[in-house]
Design a protein around this ligand. Structure first.
Ligand SMILES: [Zn+2]
Ligand SMILES: [Zn+2]
Length: 244
């Protein structure tokens, strides 16, 4: 046996190849979430971002939407809502792909550390009861739970969704804000006086997250940090419906 073949055999023992890339399903090494190629092509939100909401912008500073008073300290997301990440979010929302939560939460926890967020407790954006029943789980809670394990933070159901808000995608910015008004109420208030890490899968208009922040604040939360897996892009292509 040639030395390189021998190394391959050893590596097969150490890193069994029954692990699949989360994007293209090619075999990968244990401990990895993506193959080398997909990892390079992930839509990282690594350029300039708005210092408040975390949307990608051409140069440092604030985006046009964030000129007023801040409702949260900062919102950040490790990825743009595009390509493989869009597909992944769709799969953990609608295709019961629970194995995606742990590796994706790892990216979110890294993002938390990168921006030096300082939270005491994690609160996920809740689903309306009927939707929770349909899906069987809340994707924001699942992500929050895994992030909590990495960062050693407790997770609580600090909010309850008391209004079944119709899907936001068809509404414009102002309508989205009205749509989520009164959507939440505080449930487990042990976040009182504490810094909250508010979790959701995607930051879109921010209307839902901001409404949740208002309820948390009025129930005594101290600082609020918002962490999502992805943030919609500044130049959102209208025709990007297909999952590449
Ligand atoms: Zn791949
Ligand atoms: Zn902004």
């Amino acid at each position: 046996m040639k030395f390189l073949e021998f190394l391959d055999k050893v590596s097969e023992l150490v890193f069994p190849s029954d692990f699949k890339c989360l994007s293209c399903e090619k075999d990968i090494q244990k401990g990895e979430a993506f193959c080398t190629r997909c990892k390079q092509e992930l839509p990282y939100n690594s350029g300039n971002v708005c210092e408040v909401c975390g949307i990608n912008i051409p140069s440092a500073g604030r985006c046009v939407r964030c000129n007023g008073k801040k409702v949260y300290e900062m919102a950040r997301a490790p990825f743009l809502y595009d390509g493989a990440i869009k597909k992944i979010i769709h799969n953990f929302k609608y295709n019961n792909a629970k194995y995606l939560f742990k590796p994706m939460a790892k990216y979110m926890a890294d993002c938390y550390n990168k921006f030096n967020m300082q939270a005491d407790v994690i609160v996920p954006i809740p689903l309306f009861k009927k939707r929770l029943k349909e899906r069987g789980y809340n994707q924001a809670f699942k992500l929050g739970e895994e992030i909590g394990k990495v960062l050693n933070l407790p997770i609580i159901n600090g909010l309850e969704r008391i209004k079944d808000t119709p899907t936001q995608t068809a509404l414009d910015f102002k309508d989205r804000k009205n749509n989520v008004k009164g959507a939440f109420k505080a449930l487990d208030k042990t976040f009182k006086g504490k810094n909250v890490l508010l979790i959701d899968d995607v930051y879109t208009s921010g209307a839902t997250l901001k409404e949740a922040c208002k309820v948390l604040k009025s129930s005594g939360a101290n600082k609020i940090y918002v962490l999502t897996l992805a943030h919609t892009m500044l130049e959102n292509k209208k025709d990007s419906k297909s999952f590449k």
